[in-house]
Design a protein around this ligand. Structure first.
Ligand SMILES: Cc1ncc(COP(=O)(O)O)c(C=O)c1O
Length: 404
């Protein structure tokens, strides 16, 4: 039994005060709220354990290093990586993908092709486009079907022996489409092409097992899985991480520096230049413990159930078009309302205490493919329930009344 009241109580943002009325938070695809255990872990580190890592030889520094490396092990276990060394801490999904794109720069030539899909977040699109401009490689975009799902047949046809990288999302942050990762990776492997999986939206929704998916690299952000902002993860197979040129250089990542040259450490530390977000990494470990305790299967079932309930309400409203094949399958719904701009919808919902997102969702190429400028997006998480969905639908009725 999913004890939603017990879960909600762990998130201080939902506590009611006079100047903080009941919040309906449906912008979980942008960032999730933080449970008390994560907030307390940050406070505990900064209050009692603060020291830089991998540098000091006193007790406090040693303890901070141990906690940071323990967090790496927790991430590795969470993803079922073969070893903690396959986990590189960074600022988030955006930095992780840039790290791979720029890390491959010296290996990519003008003969190569880089393939992304039309549903990518800009974080998994622009870094590859830039890499192509830098190297002369061809930037290719796999199209979607009319219903907004990835056209696997055309994707298969676009892959060829020149394709160096296929970068794609696990779950579309706009449509909620869930891509069949294993099938896509298998297609890519036929051409010895590297696969980079954007798991920003999937890690807090479903079990992500890197050995099972067999992707070469994977990126996610701590703040989308109840952890702090400013911490994220790049997972990479050991031998492939070792092939990445460090995208940043400086302290902590070298073995030797002379006036003539510098030598770098092996991954993961060779890819973590400078002081990392130590407290945030440790608190990410706490967030993953929190998720594991609830169970990803429970999280997925609960989010889908709540979303389906909301979807029913949306369909009954009329004059609302939901977008993409993802509707009803993940925790994200995108929709447009006849003759009402998504920003007007989000503004009126905001007045009613319902937080949703409106805009292009950092997916301008997707908007171009769909022939629209923006959508309204509602995204659900473990603390949302059918009351939240009812409040969304009631507020949308108000939108229709005001705007008609
Ligand atoms: C699918 C997807 N990829 C990448 C990102 C970028 O994440 P971050 O801003 O945490 O780097 C997001 C954020 O919304 C996302 O939804």
């Amino acid at each position: 039994m999913f004890a939603i009241d017990r879960i909600r109580r762990q998130f201080p943002v939902f506590r009611l005060t006079d100047d903080h009325p009941a919040l309906v938070y449906l912008d979980n695809a942008a960032t999730t709220q933080k449970p008390m255990v994560v907030i307390e872990r940050l406070q505990q580190f900064y209050g009692h354990e603060n020291a830089n890592i991998h540098r000091g030889i006193y007790r406090l520094a040693h303890k901070a290093t141990q906690s940071y490396e323990r967090a790496r092990t927790k991430v590795a276990n969470f993803l079922n990586a073969k070893q903690p060394e396959e986990v590189v801490f960074c600022r988030g999904t955006t930095e992780a993908i840039n790290m791979v794109a720029q890390g491959l720069r010296h290996q990519v030539t003008s003969e190569d092709e880089i393939l992304v899909t039309a549903m990518e977040h800009h974080a998994n699109y622009v870094p590859w486009q830039t890499l192509c401009k830098q190297t002369g490689a061809s930037f290719r975009v796999a199209p979607l079907k009319e219903n907004g799902s990835l056209d696997l047949y055309l994707l298969g046809k676009m892959l060829n022996k020149k394709t160096r990288v296929l970068a794609f999302t696990h779950i579309s942050n706009t449509l909620g489409t869930i891509n069949p990762v294993s099938e896509i990776v298998e297609l890519a492997k036929k051409h010895q092409c590297l696969t980079v999986l954007d798991a920003a939206q999937s890690v807090a929704f479903d079990q992500v097992d890197v050995q099972d998916l067999n992707c070469d690299f994977l990126a996610f952000s701590g703040h989308k899985i109840f952890g702090p902002m400013g911490i994220g993860v790049l997972y990479g197979k050991t031998e492939l991480l070792a092939d990445l040129y460090p995208y940043q250089q400086g302290g902590g990542m070298i073995t030797e520096v002379t006036e003539q040259e510098s030598r770098f450490k092996n991954p993961p530390h060779g890819l973590e230049a400078g002081t990392p977000p130590v407290a945030e990494a440790i608190a990410l470990g706490t967030a993953l413990d929190f998720v594991s305790e609830i169970g990803l299967l429970n999280i997925r079932e609960h989010s889908q159930k709540t979303l389906n309930y909301a979807l029913d309400g949306l369909n009954r409203l009329g004059k609302v078009n939901t977008l993409g094949p993802g509707s009803g399958t993940s925790n994200i719904i995108s929709f447009v309302m006849d003759m009402i701009h998504p920003h007007d919808v989000a503004t009126i919902l905001g007045e009613a205490g319902v937080a949703v997102r409106a805009g292009h969702h950092c997916c301008q190429p997707l908007m171009q493919a769909l022939g629209i400028n923006s959508t309204v997006r509602a995204s659900f998480s473990i603390y949302n329930d059918t009351d939240d969905a009812d409040r969304l639908i009631d507020a949308l009725k108000t939108v229709q009344k005001i705007m008609s």
